[in-house]
Design a protein around this ligand. Structure first.
Ligand code: AHG
Ligand code: MN
Ligand code: MN
Ligand code: MN
Length: 315
């Protein structure tokens, strides 16, 4: 049995950087425990506040944010926290080298109904400022709180999966994630079809046409509505996730947030051999101008992402 701490000790990364993963693992284990009991403890419903993006915060969004912040404050290597739930970055008075950007709880619409949600995070060099492209990430990961709690992380070259055991220890369960190059499964919110651009409409129509259409195979559609859960399925067995720019979200730049949703997931998918695009460029190449900036996100199996890129090139 390889534990997260054993595995981290064997990696050729700075021990201080590895400690950031340990901190996020501890925060995730605590959030998992809170989620397991939330229907009983009454930690449900709305918090009564809106966040900087105008979303109604749920009680668990706020609790998860507080848990992450508490753990980060205990690690002197981390000096800045950027969070979906905090308007401004938190600067911690230490000499810490690292900045963590987090979506403390992803999948708000699936809270209180016992469907998989998660915590997403990105690790950057705090000395290089707040607005770095995803290609500058030193590490990234997420926890998925489903039937099991999975902790999926990367330092760049590969991505590994750990599973939380009954003793509260993360155990290595997949050493090197590999996203299949080909897939016949796609994930998109089809209720927004009327709002999509021509490239998205064209790509999805080919999939719906199935084996007699230009794609030449039968597709299946899966949409959980928690990015973490949809991306976890794609990392484990292939597929493609799309939250494109559409006529309604275009004014905001998209739906998902670059620093703590798009970038960490794009880094993980790349480490597992997949690809990502905004339609115009790799998600990892977008240079942010705001910490809460939104971005169109398409990621997953390389062949499917290439088809979407081809649609954008001709559209
Ligand atoms: P969050 O709960 O952190 O605000 O993120 C929700 C995101 C993401 O998890 C998911 O893919 C997407 O919103 C779902 O959007 P729809 O409501 O359009 O399905
Ligand atoms: Mn939210
Ligand atoms: Mn989210
Ligand atoms: Mn969130």
């Amino acid at each position: 049995m390889t534990t997260l701490s054993n595995w981290l000790a064997a990696q050729s990364v700075d021990a201080k950087l590895a400690s950031v993963m340990t901190t996020m693992a501890a925060a995730s284990a605590e959030i998992a425990a809170v989620l397991r009991q939330s229907a009983i403890s009454g930690q449900t419903g709305l918090a009564g506040h809106t966040n900087v993006q105008g979303e109604d915060q749920k009680a668990l969004d706020v609790i998860s944010n507080d848990i992450v912040l508490n753990h980060i404050r205990q690690n002197p290597e981390i000096s800045i926290l950027v969070s979906e739930e905090l308007d401004e970055p938190v600067h911690i008075e230490n000499q810490g080298t690292y900045l963590v950007a987090t979506d403390p709880l992803d999948g708000s619409s699936n809270l209180d109904v016992n469907v998989t949600v998660g915590t997403i995070f990105s690790i950057l060099d705090a000395r290089k400022g707040l607005l770095q492209p995803g290609s500058a990430q030193l590490g990234a990961g997420y926890a998925a709180y489903g039937p099991a709690t999975s902790f999926v992380i990367t330092f760049g070259p590969s991505a590994a999966v750990f599973t939380l055991n009954d003793d509260g220890v993360f155990v290595l369960t997949t050493e090197k994630l590999a996203v299949p190059k080909a897939s016949a499964e796609y994930a998109i919110n089809t209720a927004r079809e009327r709002l999509w651009d021509d490239a998205t409409k064209g790509y999805v129509a080919e999939n719906v046409a199935g084996e007699t259409g230009p794609a030449g195979k039968r597709y299946n559609m899966r949409w959980i509505g928690s990015m973490v859960a949809d991306v976890h399925r794609i990392l484990m067995r292939g597929g493609i996730f799309l939250y494109p720019l559409d006529s309604e979200n275009a004014a905001k730049g998209g739906r998902l947030r670059l620093l703590y949703e798009g970038n960490p997931m794009a880094m993980l998918v790349a480490a597992a051999g997949g690809a990502s695009t905004t339609g115009q460029q790799s998600v990892l190449d977008v240079v942010p101008t705001d910490i809460h900036q939104r971005v169109p996100v398409v990621l997953g199996s390389a062949d499917e992402v290439a088809r979407v890129v081809a649609w954008y090139a001709q559209a």
